[in-house]
Design a protein around this ligand. Structure first.
Ligand code: COI
Length: 355
């Protein structure tokens, strides 16, 4: 399928002060868009000016939340070039999400190329300051106007781009995590591993409660026993426990994070043993107290690697170190991952795709 490239009548001014970049608030001049109709397949692929599109008020996404999305980044490297990080993994996950949500799959090679073309046209928007990047948000929504509950017959798939700074206000400063003993994110057999908006909508109530008490994020426990660590909505969790990297296994309730995958692989290369097992909440507190649990951090495209300084559960708080200092292993993993992304370290695993 050919991608039509439409002119941009009104280009926006570039962001001059990159220190002012917040996550996901500014968007570039162009977006990619294509439509799907049952019987016809995907059609009308184009790169057009970024802006609102009209939708029927009965569009099924607005009623039954048939929606999926992805998050990946383009980085400005030290030599000025722009590169994507593991984009094929995101596109493959987009299709896995599509299957689970009864939505049409995209042709992976075509979609990857569409993302590359869009980023190439918008390359000037990739910020230059340390820690900044261009966040890429592929999205698919059900557009058929219909109030019956069934998979839609019409979809839009689009990609928007947002120049971003750090996800958390404090940058690499350790975050405070509230562990919920009541609310749950996803149960076995549900859609926890799918990148669909509903998972995030369902997390807001607890997140607001946590924010009201001064916490940055909610750590979800398993839905059945509320005992074992699952994930933090915007990141997978890793712990340095007995000198090993411990992280929850992928059993369908948590996201199969691409940053998680990358960190596990880098940790192994660094000689760390990786153990995929769900830590019990009691182990977190006992581990911190006994000194067996020395570091904790989250991983995700948006957050990159985010150290945790404090856990609170049922009114009990445990600090990692002084709660304010990033652990040595966390820092090393962060430096290695971002070193590869920004072209400061060699990409030995073929993760980086130049635009
Ligand atoms: C990402 O890390 O890309 C995410 O999708 C998390 C989030 C900002 C919803």
């Amino acid at each position: 399928m050919k991608i039509d490239v439409l002119p941009i009548p009104d280009p926006k001014p570039r962001i001059e002060d990159e220190s002012q970049l917040v996550f996901g608030k500014q968007f570039t001049d162009r977006m990619f868009l294509m439509e799907y109709t049952t019987g016809q397949g995907w059609h009308s692929a184009r790169i057009q000016p970024y802006g609102p599109f009209s939708m029927d008020p009965a569009a099924m996404v607005l009623h039954y939340a048939q929606e999926i999305f992805e998050g990946l980044k383009a980085f400005r490297r030290d030599d000025g070039s722009v590169a994507l990080f593991r984009p094929a993994d995101n596109v493959a996950r987009f299709n896995r999400s599509a299957r689970r949500m009864c939505m049409p799959e995209v042709d992976e090679a075509f979609f990857l190329d569409a993302i590359r073309q869009l980023v190439a046209l918008e390359a000037d928007w990739v910020p230059r300051s340390p820690g900044t990047s261009l966040y890429i948000r592929p999205t698919m929504i059900a557009t058929e106007p219909m109030l019956g509950v069934r998979p839609a017959d019409q979809y839009s798939c689009y990609v928007i781009l947002s120049p971003v700074g750090a996800y958390y206000k404090g940058g690499l400063a350790p975050v405070k995590i509230w562990i919920s003993d009541h609310y749950v994110r996803a149960a076995h057999g549900g859609t926890g591993e799918v990148k669909t908006g509903g998972n995030y909508a369902a997390s807001l109530y607890a997140a607001r409660e946590a924010a009201g008490q001064g916490y940055d994020q909610v750590l979800w426990l398993d839905a059945k026993n509320r005992q074992h660590v699952e994930e933090v909505g915007s990141m997978n969790m890793c712990f340095i426990y007995d000198g090993r990297l411990v992280t929850s296994p992928l059993h369908g309730t948590i996201l199969d994070g691409i940053t998680r995958r990358s960190i596990l692989s880098l940790a192994q290369q660094m000689g760390l043993e990786v153990e995929e097992r769900a830590l019990a909440v009691d182990e977190i507190f006992a581990g911190i107290e006994s000194g067996r649990l020395t570091e904790a951090f989250g991983t995700g495209t948006a957050v990159v690697v985010s150290p945790v300084g404090q856990f609170t559960y049922q009114g009990k708080t445990a600090l990692l170190g002084d709660g304010k200092t990033t652990g040595e292993i966390t820092r090393k993993l962060y430096d290695t991952l971002t070193g590869i992304q920004y072209g400061r370290l060699p990409d030995t695993q073929g993760w980086v795709v130049e635009i």
